[in-house]
Design a protein around this ligand. Sequence first.
Ligand code: HEM
Length: 339
Amino acid sequence: MNIANSPDLFSNAVSRHLQIPNGLDGERHAEARRMLAPFFHPPALGALEPTLARIAADLVGGLGEDPFDAVEDLGVVFAVRAASAWLGWRDDLEPELIAWVAEHRAAGCSRHPEQIARSAAGFEGLVRMLIDERRGRPSCDLTGLLMTLRWKGRRITDEEVVSILRNWTGGDLSSLALCVGVAVHWVATNPDHFGHLVASDDAALDRAVDEMLRLDDPFVSNRRIAVSDTVVAGCPVGAGEEIVLDWRAANRDGGVFADPGSFDPDGHGPDNLVYGVGPHVCPGRGLATRQLRILLRAVMTAGRPELIAGHPPVREQPPSAGFRSLPVRLAPQPTALRG
Ligand code: HEM
């Protein structure tokens, strides 16, 4: 937390690629956050909720009582449809985006710079096509509005729009899919909590999902660079050395959480670091929280998730976390339990 809260000592300029706002420091970073804040304005996200609920109900309704993979069949598809609805992207891009998420996840796991560069280039090509379409026929969807922003006294450039959209969707489609896997797994393996989760109001369900993600955080880490020679937790760090903020470890820190493995949404909420802390804290938290709550509610309305005998969950391998695949089915519940 000290590192994340000390941007003067630990810089975010960890990549040679343009990353808005992630890779910026100081006033340039603050300016970018101010410019982009209206896109995450709570009333605007609230207005998106009925659309998200329709997407979730359609998707879950189509799953029936057969086994499905809560990451691939549910998380990835929902993440792509929800982000497309938010950004105003065409429905027919869905297969391409789903294929891209798979490529992006594989590239992240491989750590091969060439594979990562190929996946980034694939995404850039797609976004440039969407920009060109809107240039020919201006559109008032979120992507079109982003293209009209003014920054540093001039119109935002295509390269900047691509960078912003990459940070809004690039990693976060797979993050959201992994978060869905973690939440569905928790509900499936803690059936005693099903009744009270179903009966929870939105705020309580949001806190419960945050706690499920704290227990098994699929968003692993971010990096910083030391600006000058310093000491971190007693360890000398030289100027220019890279530091990894390990969100998984921070979220299970025994010095902060008396019993890190227990489920205590209200007690642990204030120290939860799933969405980070400090000036780079996740601006997409309100959106991700709504998406996860709405999807989980749709799932629990359809039935109680249960694991499939003989088809155990498969874990992602470091540097990723969460589940690679999570075979489950929805066991129908008495109407009274579905709320
Ligand atoms: C799906 C669950 C998500 C998790 C667990 C998550 C987690 C995080 C974390 C831990 C950070 C802090 C990074 C740091 O300190 O270096 C962060 C930053 C960020 N997140 Fe998220 N995020 C999620 C969803 C989203 C969504 C849906 C969006 C946008 C639509 C988004 C956009 C961003 C951006 C742009 C930053 C960088 C902010 C900055 O550097 O100022 N995230 N996220």
